[in-house]
Write a protein that binds this ligand. Structure first.
Ligand code: ATP
Length: 236
């Protein structure tokens, strides 16, 4: 397997308050990786460092051989990191189409790039709602739009922070189905989500964060086998 992302000894702080204390993990091409752990353990902070929103005070983040830890977020996005942020953050006063077109990028990177048409084929609901303002979409539709918008950047690595939060069970299932399909396309994915079962079905590798460090790493089979020991970390 080819290494896509290598995170080494990453430390990060908010002012004087340190949140990450030496995070280490890898994502290979096409891998589905989860960051697990209770609230406040450093998952969102890790995402911020991966996307250039927070500069690590120590350590390195290398994407496809390119150091990105000292880069601004737009440069990291151009290098191939797509983010579906916690809370969706679609542009509320733009239409669905305008939201998608606004982030279109890096089409030359792939022979089958993500285009408006491909996103609409992937999420037919977005085609139906093309001319609606994003603010008027349901939660599930906004989540599809947030994913579609990230796909329009033609990422090599897609990061989803709490993508199923606040959605009805049926809509959540639909999002998991979409993620399974995206995995099938060979896209590398980092997923942060409170629902463990669907992630056990999808993930190649899990990293459990505790107090700003990776406390445990392993496959779904290993996690299932050690669920009792990991219970306190996973709130299961
Ligand atoms: N903007 C901020 N300013 C100061 N401290 C912060 C800030 N954001 C997070 N922290 C602190 O950093 C630590 C890690 O938080 P982080 O949000 O990364 O955890 P998390 O695992 O993503 O949890 P959650 O699921 O609650 O978002 C916590 O101690 C938290 O209080």
């Amino acid at each position: 397997m080819t290494r896509l992302l290598a995170v080494r000894n990453v430390e990060a702080s908010y002012g004087a308050s340190q949140a990450l204390f030496g995070i280490d993990f890898d994502v290979d091409e096409g891998q589905f990786v989860t960051l697990l752990g209770r609230n406040g353990m450093g998952k969102s902070t890790t995402v911020k460092t991966l996307t250039g929103l927070l500069r690590p005070t120590r350590g390195t983040i290398v994407l496809d051989g390119q150091p990105v830890h000292a880069r601004a977020s737009h440069v990291v996005a151009r290098a191939g990191v797509g983010l579906v942020p916690e809370g969706r953050h679609v542009f509320p006063t733009l239409t669905v189409r305008e939201n998608l077109v606004a982030t279109a990028h890096n089409r030359q990177r792939s022979t089958t790039p993500w285009t408006l048409e491909r996103v609409y084929r992937f999420f037919p609901r977005l085609r139906e709602r093309e001319r609606n303002l994003a603010a008027n979409l349901s939660g599930g539709e906004q989540q599809m739009l947030a994913i579609g918008r990230a796909l329009m950047t033609n990422p090599r690595l897609l990061i989803l922070d709490e993508a199923t939060e606040g959605l009805a069970p049926l809509i959540r299932e639909e999002i998991w189905r979409c993620l399974a399909e995206l995995k099938q396309t060979g896209l590398a994915i980092i997923c942060i989500d409170k629902h463990l079962a669907p992630q056990l079905a999808l993930a190649d590798r899990h990293y459990v964060l505790a107090k700003g460090r990776v406390a445990w790493r392993g496959t779904s089979a290993e996690l299932r086998a050690q669920a009792e020991r990991l219970r306190s970390h996973l709130s299961i």
